[in-house]
Design a protein. Structure first.
Length: 318
């Protein structure tokens, strides 16, 4: 056996071992690297078009590969079904167009903080094999008259010519209700631009906006989206599945049902933080699996950190 064949055999064994451990993303990336015929480092850029910049030359977007897949997320069945349908429509765009139809490509995700809105946008991008173009809110907003509106238009025009998932996190900061106290002409101009570009968006990109405070959105904005999906905090069944996913194959004797009840009302993000911290300490302790003690200590550490910075602890009860 030559060195090349021996290397491939050993590398595939590593991939299989990582997959058995539940490290799906790592296994997928290693497998992709092995199947790439190009020399190492010869990756194609995510876009040949320059990313739009603001007046101060700061990029208005960051273009990255998707960091999550649907295998990493747990949603209620009705949410999962809605997301799968939307991805399917965009996968079969050509078929729909031949019947004078178009896929839904403007999506608003709303829900409390920590329910996976940003991760869901990334997972959709992974399913569609598209990069994620995340809007840089700090660069978009400008003190110059009319500049914010022009920046918003620039990123949408970029998405029209560069297939991607355009992610507009904290969308309420750009499209808040125009009748609020202290309203001024610049706010109305920005919201009007947002309404117009959403109406006129074309191309193959998916526009995904997220909001923790949907009540702040201008009433006219809602009609510009093809669909609105609400992501609630996980219920018992979703929390149990989430714990199983995040603890991978190291959960040992951890009672998932008991922990799902204990974390009732907590966000998915908090549950993930606890699991990751428990996994980290189990590895450092040389333990073969995560124990209930690791979980209890991890939750206590998270609650202590929240108290130290006076942040809300949600429903992380003792």
């Amino acid at each position: 056996m030559d060195q090349g064949s021996a290397f491939l055999q050993a590398a595939r064994a590593v991939v299989e071992e990582e997959r058995k451990k539940g490290h799906r993303l790592l296994a997928g990336e290693l497998e992709e690297a092995l199947s790439d015929p190009r020399r190492p480092g010869a990756r194609e850029p995510l876009s040949l078009r320059p990313v739009p910049k603001g007046r101060d030359e700061r990029p208005l977007l960051s273009l990255t590969k998707a960091r999550w897949s649907f295998a990493d997320l747990v949603h209620a069945p009705v949410v999962e079904s809605a997301l799968v349908d939307l991805v399917r429509e965009n996968e079969h765009r050509t078929l729909l167009v031949t019947h004078a139809l178009r896929p839904r490509q403007r999506l608003l995700l709303v829900g409390p903080s920590g329910t996976g809105k940003t991760a869901t946008a990334h997972a959709m991008a992974a399913e569609l094999s598209l990069p994620v173009a995340s809007a840089n809110l700090a660069a978009l907003t400008s003190s110059y008259l009319g500049e914010t509106a022009r920046n918003v238009e620039a990123i949408v025009r970029f998405a029209e010519t560069t297939p991607c998932v355009l992610l507009l996190d904290e969308f309420d900061a750009l499209a808040s209700e125009r009748s609020t106290p202290g309203d001024h002409g610049e706010l109305r101009r920005v919201v009007a631009t947002v309404l117009q570009v959403l109406d006129d968006v074309r191309g193959e990109s998916l526009v995904v906006a997220t909001s923790n405070h949907p009540q702040m959105l201008d009433s006219a904005v809602w009609r510009r989206f093809d669909d609105v999906i609400r992501l609630p905090r996980p219920g018992y069944a979703e929390m149990r599945r989430l714990l199983q996913v995040k603890l991978n194959g190291m959960r040992g004797d951890v009672d998932l049902s008991a922990w799902a009840r204990r974390l009732k009302g907590a966000s998915g993000a908090d549950a993930e933080l606890i699991c990751t911290d428990a996994l980290r300490h189990a590895v450092l302790d040389g333990a073969p699996t995560v124990t209930d003690e690791h979980m209890v200590e991890s939750m206590a550490r998270l609650r202590a950190r929240r108290r130290a910075v006076k942040a809300p602890t949600g429903d992380l009860t003792d």
